[in-house]
Design a protein around this ligand. Structure first.
Ligand SMILES: Cc1cc2nc3c(=O)[nH]c(=O)nc-3n(C[C@H](O)[C@H](O)[C@H](O)COP(=O)(O)OP(=O)(O)OC[C@H]3O[C@@H](n4cnc5c(N)ncnc54)[C@H](O)[C@@H]3O)c2cc1C
Ligand code: SF4
Ligand code: SF4
Length: 643
């Protein structure tokens, strides 16, 4: 890593136009622009689909925002995290962290390791049995939640916080959705998953009906009669089959079926060469599982992998004991560097011995005399013009099994008027089902994406459900739709709430106690860009990465170990200290030190709270804007005053 991004300069070459301070800044010895303290949303938060208050919990981890009483900082950070997402130990492990890609620190050295800190806090909360608080009052309303995946479970918790009860209807035998039936256990350990689900159910007021499929065991009409609103968290549970001739062969299965058989404990080994078709995260999981469960050479028909898919039968442990390294090829239509999968997962697959064969378009599944797939016929293609064009002669790749991981679709059998032509659900911006008042939706059912997206949808939908239950119009969403630090809440927590406003019309409120002076919360409208920060304040400091267990083609067989080892406390704190606190004061004192007028003063200790650390004496301020220039976080804007 280089430190070439480091800049200690605020201005670019050529930025030397004379500014007339007389006219623009100081007029007759009076300033007409003075500093205002502006809270904006940092890009990490804007990029997190569940809208985590990342800067807020990082400031807790680094010790800036301290808990009240003897509450451990980890618990305080956990509370802040789980306002937006109740699965920190899972997110910390498998979220591909779009927040990190957006982090402004990347313009100094490298992004903040948000994900690993989330895992640290999530794991701490599990070890210390931290529970969610129960609602203070009951609304008397009950909501039907269809689907017990991350969106449904999060909706249940968020509804509880508003005093609403719910029933989760789940067609499978357990809760968790893709966290249990799709993503393998070496990426989400099942004890971690079970604890994060149990913590939600322990809040009470959440009834669970497993093995109950809406559309066959229960009708939507009955739910409409018995419940006050409905949340659809049904995901996209079916994998799409390979749509070429021969794709219906018995040993040609889809990725969802393959992973469900593995995660359910039925699929224990493969036999012969397996071809995985696709380039997304499901394809990577199938290929990585294939390398782990390995190959058994001589098996009979009832032990074949396809014979144990679809909840029927199970392979024996005695055969599994004989397995050797699997021969697994990934076949992808485009160049592999254009694959939509998480890059880290692709690199891991390659290290584990998965052979990558890209720019090959499947043409036909070649069948043997028994109607089983014996090869995949592919067309080499070229994408250099941006379009797919044939590039050579088609050829056959021999195999004993093909797994199509080319997309998913929803299951709307017996459910009328909800699914669209693509077996998904159309949603308004506020996650109300289009044209269906009282029905809300979230997660993959709207748009297959990430766990954090499904959880973010649930949070928005629950706000809509609450408004709907109150008979209010379901409101439009703000431009920057994330969970934000709220200064008034922080002041309340610290016993520093402003006094009630009883004065009637008032002019000149600078010495009154009913207002928070020169603070403006623009978090719902503005994201603070890297260019608005004084990055020169920050020294080059390498990221504190989690240790990763190296798994290669020699060690992958039967290896179900987690790849990441979580951070220790000391490193988690150190890493949080790399956050530049974009858009919020982090108490560096630059403005206090550099103000030539001594007009910037620290708020007295007994009045101080996170976000209210400095104030300006406007009688002294001459509007020179030095404080704005030296503020590393982009928290100060020149405004306010007489024009
Ligand atoms: C193989 C794979 C790997 C992935 N890896 C990652 C990853 O590493 N990181 C990441 O962030 N995301 C990952 N994802 C995406 C993530 O899992 C999904 O975005 C997320 O699970 C969607 O949550 P959901 O609640 O909308 O749906 P789901 O998790 O699919 O849950 C839907 C639930 O609804 C139930 N259901 C459906 N229909 C009915 C009905 N009619 N009646 C009752 N119950 C019903 C289903 O049984 C299921 O339990 C992966 C997905 C897959 C498939
Ligand atoms: S859920 Fe994902 S995107 Fe959001 S803060 Fe965690 S790692 Fe970042
Ligand atoms: S430096 Fe901190 S506040 Fe800024 S984008 Fe990165 S994690 Fe977010």
């Amino acid at each position: 890593m280089s430190d070439s991004n480091l800049t200690f300069r605020r201005y670019e070459d050529g930025d030397h136009e004379h500014v007339s301070w007389d006219e623009d800044v100081v007029s007759s010895g009076e300033s007409y622009i003075c500093p205002t303290y502006i809270q904006r949303t940092p890009p990490c938060q804007n990029a997190c689909p569940s809208g985590h208050d990342i800067r807020g919990w990082l400031s807790i981890v680094r010790g800036l925002d301290k808990p009240q009483g003897d509450k451990p900082w980890e618990e305080y950070a956990f509370e802040r995290m789980t306002m937006s997402n109740p699965f920190p130990a899972i997110m910390g492990r498998v979220c591909p962290a779009p927040c990190q890609d957006a982090c402004n620190r990347g313009d100094v050295d490298e992004y903040v390791g948000i994900n690993s800190i989330e895992q640290y806090v999530g794991d701490w909360a599990q070890k210390n049995d931290v529970a969610f608080t129960k609602p203070e009052s009951e609304s008397g309303k009950k909501i039907a939640i269809i689907g017990g995946g991350p969106s449904g479970l999060s909706a249940a918790l968020f509804l509880r916080r508003m005093g609403h009860q719910s029933t989760i209807f789940e067609s499978y035998s357990d809760l968790g959705g893709q966290m249990r039936f799709g993503i393998p256990g070496y990426r989400i350990p099942r004890d971690v998953l079970d604890k994060e689900i149990k913590r939600i159910l322990d809040v009470g007021g959440i009834e669970v009906k497993l093995n109950t499929r809406v559309g066959s065991d229960v009708s939507v009409e009955d739910l409409e009669k018995d419940y006050d609103a409905i949340f659809w968290g049904v995901g996209t549970v079916f994998g799409k089959p390979l749509r070429v001739d021969g794709g219906e062969a018995p040993n040609c299965v889809d990725g969802m079926t393959f992973l469900k058989a593995f995660n359910g404990g039925n699929l224990k080994y493969l036999s012969g060469r397996i071809l995985v078709v696709g380039g997304g995260d499901t394809a990577m999981d199938v290929a990585a599982v294939a390398k782990r469960i390995g190959d058994v050479a001589d098996i009979n028909a009832s032990e074949r992998p396809e014979a144990v898919m679809g909840d029927s039968g199970s392979q024996g442990d005695d055969q599994a004991a004989k397995r050797t390294n699997a021969d697994c090829w990934l076949v992808y239509r485009r160049p592999i560097d254009k694959a939509p999968c998480t890059k880290h997962e692709l690199e891991a697959c390659i290290a584990e011995g998965v052979e990558i064969h890209d720019s090959l378009a499947p043409l036909e599944v070649m069948l043997d005399d028994d109607g089983r797939a014996r090869a995949l016929k592919v067309q080499p293609v070229d994408w250099s013009t941006g379009k797919m064009v044939d590039n050579g002669e088609p050829f056959e790749i021999e195999c004993t099994m093909i797994v199509a991981a080319t997309g998913q679709t929803g299951d709307f059998d017996g459910i009328d008027g909800i699914g669209n032509d693509w077996n998904q659900i159309d949603a308004e911006k506020n996650m109300q089902v289009k044209g269906k008042p009282g029905h809300f939706v979230g997660g993959d059912a709207v748009n297959p994406h990430l766990l954090t997206t499904a959880i973010g949808h649930a949070s928005i939908a629950v706000e809509g459900i609450d408004q709907y239950l109150r008979g209010e119009e379901v409101a439009d969403r703000p431009k920057v739709d994330a969970h934000h630090f709220e200064l008034l809440k922080e002041l309340d927590l610290k016993g520093l709430s402003p006094e009630e406003y009883t004065q009637g019309e008032t002019w000149g409120s600078d010495s009154s106690n009913f207002a928070v002076h020169n603070f403006d919360d623009r978090a719902s409208a503005e994201v603070v860009k890297s260019s608005e920060l004084f990055k020169g304040h920050f020294e080059y400091e390498p990221i504190n990465n989690r240790a990763e267990v190296e798994i290669n083609s020699e060690t992958v067989l039967a290896n179900m170990k987690e790849r990441f080892t979580g951070l220790e406390e000391e490193l988690a704190i150190k890493e949080a200290g790399r956050c530049m606190s974009c858009g919020m004061c982090f108490e560096c004192d630059n403005c206090v030190i550099y103000c030539p007028q001594d007009a910037v003063i620290r708020v007295k200790k007994d009045k101080k709270a996170m976000g209210r650390y400095v104030e300006t004496d406007y009688a002294l301020c001459v509007g020179c804007h030095i404080c704005k220039e030296v503020c590393p976080t982009g928290y100060i804007e020149m405004g306010l005053g007489f024009a």
